[in-house]
Every structure is written in C-alpha cells, then in structure tokens.
Ligand binder design. Structure first.
Ligand code: CO
Length: 279
C-alpha cells in the first residue's frame, strides 16, 4: 500500500475564546474549506494551577455543525436551551450534532491534579443535515474500546480498526477519530478510506508522520495520495488521528455557525434575534 505524504505541519496559534479561555487552535473555519469536512481543532491546556480561576464558555449558539469534546484531564459541565445537561468527565467524549440549533454553555473544571486537558473538534454537516434535529452522543470513557496493535495503544472513538468499532456512529462525515499512543521504535500503519481527509494532532512526544517529523504540539495534514498513513517513532508519541469524507460543498462560516450560503447565515442571525433559534 502507498503511504500518504504530508502537505502541511501547522503550529497552533494561541487564541482567547469564551469568557477569556486561552486555547491552542490549529485549524479554524474558513470559506476556503481546506480541511473539509473538519472546521476547527482547539486544544484546552490549563496545566498551571497558578493561572487562577478557569473561565468557561458562557451561553452561545451553534448551527450547521457538530462539536466533539474529548477530555483527558478535568471535566466540562454543559447545559443547553433544550434542557440537556451533564458532565463530560475524564476520558469521555461528547459528540454533539447541533443541526438547526442549540444554545449551550460549556464550563471546564480542573481535575484531581489541578489540570484541564482536552480537545474540541468541529465537524461540518452536509447541506441536507444542517437544519436537522439536534442530537447528542455521550460516550463514557470506560465504554471506548482500546485496541493494542504493533506497539500502538488506540482508544477508538469513531471508526473501525482490527474488527473493533468506536461507539460514535451515524455521523455524516463517516469519521475515524482515535487517540493513539505509540511506543518508542515502532511503526504504525492505518488504511484510510479513499477520498478521506486525514489529520494527526501530535500532543506528546514526536514522530515521523509520512516522512515529516512533527513534535508536540502540531497538526499534520496529509495529502490524499495513498491508501494508508504510516507513523514511525524513535522516542514515542501520542496523537489524535482524525479522518473523514469531505462534502465538497461551499461553506460560509460566521462565528459559531457554518452554513452553505450567506443567505442562510443572515437567516440564522434573524432567528437568533427573533427568538426562533433553538426552540
Ligand atoms: Co459550544
């Protein structure tokens, strides 16, 4: 099988969102849609207890996208306008399909060691599903399968590997989403469905991703030019592997909304103003 080569290694920018939350952002929604079907990847890392109180994300809307929150340390308490609430605890995943709209708040809390560490990925929805009913898939960490293979330990959130299947299903982008830890001096190869866009976010250690060295923290974008991705280590690495089928539709991002046309964004802003949003 041919290995995919790398088109870009992106160093995250530090950005401030919500009520003053500092994040590392490696991709952000743009009309160029270079990472189709993926829109955004944020990394929360509050590892210094001296930083003071952790602020969160007070009530804000979403339409036309899915937000995927994966916590490694600390928790996120969430609550929405439709009456859904809960806590995303350590090791858990929340795959939230906003569809036509939710208004929610997301409040991170420090874990036992005083840290907050996690990721939020935004996945696009195709035009036919942008106004669908909102839906949550709440996955408790203990139910996420762990697959061990060739020096790799893989927590499988979505997709299939060696006959195991991630608990998140029925997502329009047919995603693979997994947390991969590789031992030193190992080689990990993963077949990728043809046409899928592939990203890897290295957040501990370093590795050779398809011929390019990426060191924590960096987002690697592969070219869609082979049947598999191959990652080789000397010192060991941990990364999120993200792959999905592009929708190849025009997008118009506007803050927490991503629609297909300018008109749909204007309608969204009218709905928000009139109170018709998220009812
Ligand atoms: Co949100």
């Amino acid at each position: 099988m041919n290995n995919q080569t790398v088109s870009q290694v992106i160093e995250p920018n530090l950005v401030i969102e919500g009520a003053g939350v500092l994040l590392r952002r490696s991709i952000a929604p743009r009309s160029s849609n270079l990472f189709d079907p993926f829109l955004l990847f944020d990394h929360f890392a509050f590892n210094n207890p001296l930083e003071g109180p952790v602020r969160g994300f007070p009530t804000h809307p979403h339409r036309g996208i899915e937000t995927v929150t994966y916590m490694l340390e600390g928790t996120v308490r969430h609550r929405d306008s439709l009456g859904n609430m809960g806590v995303i605890a350590e090791g858990d995943v929340q795959w939230m399909t906003s569809g036509r709209g939710i208004l929610h708040e997301e409040m991170p809390r420090r874990g036992a060691n005083g840290n907050i560490y996690g990721f939020q990925l935004w996945v696009n929805l195709p035009s036919a599903q942008k106004m669908s009913e909102p839906r949550y898939q709440e996955i408790v960490g203990a139910t996420i399968p762990v697959v061990e293979k060739d020096g790799a330990k893989i927590r499988l959130v979505a997709g299939e590997i060696n006959g195991a299947r991630g608990p998140v299903t029925e997502i329009a982008a047919s995603p693979l989403y997994m947390d991969v830890t590789l031992q030193p001096n190992s080689t990990f190869a993963l077949p990728i469905p043809s046409e899928h866009t592939v990203l890897a976010y290295a957040f501990e250690g370093a590795a050779d991703f398809g011929g390019e060295i990426a060191r924590e923290v960096a987002m690697v974008k592969f070219n869609n030019d082979g049947e598999q991705v191959e990652i080789k280590t000397e010192e060991g690495v941990r990364f999120m592997l993200i792959a999905g089928a592009p929708f190849k539709e025009p997008i118009v991002p506007y803050g927490p909304f991503v629609m297909n046309t300018r008109e749909e964004i204007e309608q969204t802003l009218r709905d928000l103003k009139s109170g018709a949003f998220a009812q």
